[in-house]
Design a protein around this ligand. Sequence first.
Ligand code: NAP
Length: 305
Amino acid sequence: MERFDAEFWSEADRPPRAEVLRRVADKEAIICLLTEKIDDELLAAAPRLRMVANVAVGYDNIDLGACTRRGVAVSNTPGVLDETTADLAWALLMAVARRLIEGDALARSGQWTRWNLDQLCGTDVWGKTLGILGFGRIGSAVARRARGFGMRIIYNNRSRASRELEQQVGAEFLERDQVLSQADFVSLHVPLMPETRGMIGAREFGLMKPTAFLINTARGPVVDEVALIAALESRKIAGAALDVYEREPLIPDGLRRPNVVLEPHIGSASIETRTKMAAMAAENVIAFFGGRRPPNILNPTVWKS
Ligand code: NAP
């Protein structure tokens, strides 16, 4: 605020699109959340725009090509949310395996009248096989958690990780289909892009074990939600734990089942991490307008030119 004339959206609801388009008309920079679509329409409405700083590591809400064509620099917030998001993936995995949400509901309901040998029996986590699709910062952080549970860790990534990282984490590279067919838990950590949209669909659920669980803390459209509901209904898989959805904040009724844990996109939602993400976005803007290369620039050609 000392160096910039800034306008801040302080309402609890996200700003309506028309309001965003109106307000960007005279702005040189936007610090935005993943709820704001930065596309050709918005860029056309913001002729003075020079920088967009996304307060998220995933930037599928931004048309990076369109920004680059118009010479608008774009930054994101990699690295500061890895452990927090991996913690949530792990919490989801534990919750769905050990039926924590069902247990909580029973304990609160006043209907818990007795202990029983077969009450709320879930699935063991320790000693099982964890399959990771997308072995980047967050995927490998989830793998490190699995080591403490004595799990076998298998992964697939666009490019194979270094031997050093594989050894450090104890992870084995396999083809995607092998990961899907061997894992007891499949955890998704790929970015959303054309190649990963609908990456997990009917065919992939068909490969998974009927006892396996899907964990998604990546992006909703990586999974074909209709196929997921069908796989749950036909018991092709044992359950799912989800933080993200195809059309947020819409959650289809077909996902509201006891063997599905649902969270409202809170992967990076700790006070510490959200504070770091916001500061990182601001630092990128400050660097840009101070004539320094934004540390997390996604289209460096814009900076060079
Ligand atoms: P990252 O370090 O870039 O890791 C992504 C990994 O996915 C990379 O290793 C990449 O491979 C790999 N990949 C890309 N396309 C692939 C494909 N088609 N098949 C297999 N692997 C592929 O990103 P990150 O920081 O871990 O974040 C991952 C994603 O998590 C973000 O993009 C975001 O959408 C999501 N996220 C969600 C939350 C939440 O709140 N739920 C929070 C943070 C992040 P290469 O090594 O070859 O590039």
